[in-house]
Design a protein around this ligand. Structure first.
Ligand code: ADQ
Length: 473
């Protein structure tokens, strides 16, 4: 079996692997362990004079090779371009973008430097799988250096519609670089459609296959590639088992006692403006205002650890939420009931599983989200005999699969408030039917299924690879 090379932005070395490693990191590690392979990427560290060659480690059948960023690269490539431009662009937040040519140049230069360092580590039959928006140009940089291996890309976040993408100076270069891959994988059909529309209408390319399906062949910029939807999942059985076990843990018991019989609505997110957290707070505020029967009967707990605290937009969001929490609690709290519990900290997976299971409602309202694994984890954690209800934004990739959820428009806070009310009073029979429908999907579309179908598709891409010329054409 060919060796697998995975490239992702943040690679934790073996001794760093904490108990909080997410499902994705665990799944990628499993494929490397099974197949033998190399995990290459950014160490997460910034150094004034980084080692020119990667730092290496080995554990089991996995080799690790990581590079540090210079302070200038960390600012230009990571903060300004990846987090400050690509992230808002792909989440349809054009108003938040401050484009700087120096950031774009830093993004391209870091991709070139990483390619330069990866080439000597590669073997001719390696299969290369590159993850996420930090490294879109990496395959083109590798091809320019003569790499002919099969290279796949998976985009974890949404791919924007052509009119939105066109707001990025350099959008044509970005899509041309995307065409240097053999397989481009997205979360949903909508993302596939967005890229194929760009290929047809902006790049004068051709698309074979029905563009509304999830698997097409694209010809553009002198290359042929496959583009498909591979919706990411979770380890459903493991999460369900963890949640059942955690139902009896001290921590879950303490949560239960603190609620003194009140219903729990839960939100769990990184503190990010794409997640629609202020709208969710506003909806809860409206629920308490318009339906007094819920006052004193429901507690909303939002868990949102600080994320990307160096970026101004994230600091602004934080102070907005501090204000909203104070306003709602100030207006509705009683001496023995606090409507909103807002926690800026992360919890271990097992704690989250226990909390999800205890919550009557999982409130997941992103304004845009590639997939949203919290929605899936909430469903997998429920007690089959008495499941809670998922309230889910139509703009999360997960909404395509989670048809048993109450689907809402996250911009319409009154709509979310109505859905919350409906979820809180939903009869057991309806809750069971909705939950069963979602679990049937989650049992099939697991994270292992995602990884296996993606890698099988990449391995099947047998057409002869083409080499770009020195100018990248
Ligand atoms: P994220 O934007 O990080 O990921 P999401 O999929 O919701 O979003 O969460 C990823 C993981 O982080 C989940 O396993 C979740 O449990 C964990 N997590 C979130 N908040 C947490 C908290 N407060 N404490 C502890 N753990 C927490 C990106 C894309 C998503 C896509 C994923 C995977 O933005 O759309 O689903 O990648 O492809």
């Amino acid at each position: 079996m060919a060796r697998l090379v995975i490239v992702s932005n943040r690679v934790a070395m073996p001794r760093e692997r904490a108990s909080r490693a997410g499902g994705l990191a665990v799944a990628l590690k499993e494929s490397l362990q099974q197949q033998g392979g190399l995990w290459f990427g950014w160490s997460g560290e910034v150094a004034d004079t980084p080692d020119p060659a990667p730092r290496r480690a080995r554990q089991g059948r996995i080799d690790y090779a990581v590079l540090d960023l210079t302070p200038e690269e960390h600012k230009g490539f990571y903060l300004d371009f990846a987090n400050g431009i690509l992230w808002p662009l792909c989440h349809y937040r054009l108003g938040l973008i401050e484009f700087r040519r120096s950031a774009w140049e830093s993004y391209l230069a870091v991709n070139a430097r990483f390619a330069e360092q990866l080439v000597p580590q590669l073997r001719p039959d390696d299969i290369i799988w590159i993850h996420d928006y930090h490294f879109i140009p990496l395959a083109a940089e590798l091809r320019r250096r003569g790499v002919q291996n099969r290279i796949g890309f998976f985009m974890h976040i949404p791919f924007p519609a052509p009119e939105v993408l066109a707001a990025l100076p350099g959008h044509d270069r970005l899509v041309r670089d995307l065409c240097a891959y053999d397989l481009v994988g997205f979360q949903t059909r909508g993302d596939v459609r967005a890229l194929t529309e760009y290929i047809l209408h902006e790049a004068e390319g051709t698309v074979i296959g029905n563009t509304s399906t999830e698997d097409v062949r694209v010809s553009a910029f002198g290359r042929d590639l496959r583009v498909g939807a591979f919706p990411i999942g979770i380890d459903t059985a493991d999460f369900a088992q963890l949640a059942a076990h955690e139902a009896g843990s001290d921590e879950t018991q303490r949560l239960s006692e603190s609620l003194v019989g009140r219903s729990l609505v839960i939100g769990v997110d990184r503190l990010d403006y794409s997640k629609g957290i202020p709208q969710r707070f506003e909806a809860f505020h409206q629920l308490l205002g318009s339906r007094p029967e819920h006052r004193g009967k429901v507690t909303f707990m939002q868990i949102a650890p600080i994320s990307r605290g160096e970026v101004a937009q994230y600091r602004k969001l934080r102070s907005e939420l501090d204000g909203l929490t104070g306003r709602i609690n100030g207006k509705f709290a009683e001496f023995d009931w606090m409507p909103v519990r807002y926690l800026n900290k992360a919890f271990a997976r097992n704690s989250l599983a226990g909390f999800y299971r205890h919550a009557k409602v999982g409130l997941v309202t992103p304004l845009r989200d590639g997939m949203n694994l919290v929605a899936k984890e909430y469903v997998a954690s429920q007690n089959p005999a008495d499941p809670g209800v998922l309230v889910l934004s139509r703009f999360a990739g997960a909404a395509r699969e989670m048809k048993g959820a109450l689907i809402v428009n996250p911009y319409d806070t009154e709509h979310i408030a109505d859905a919350l009310h409906r979820a809180l009073i939903m009869p057991l029979e309806e809750r069971r039917q909705r939950w069963e429908a979602m679990m049937a999907v989650l049992r099939v579309n697991t994270i292992a299924h995602w990884r296996e179908t993606y890698l099988a598709a990449l391995q099947a891409e047998g057409h002869p690879p083409q080499v770009l010329d020195a100018a990248g054409r």
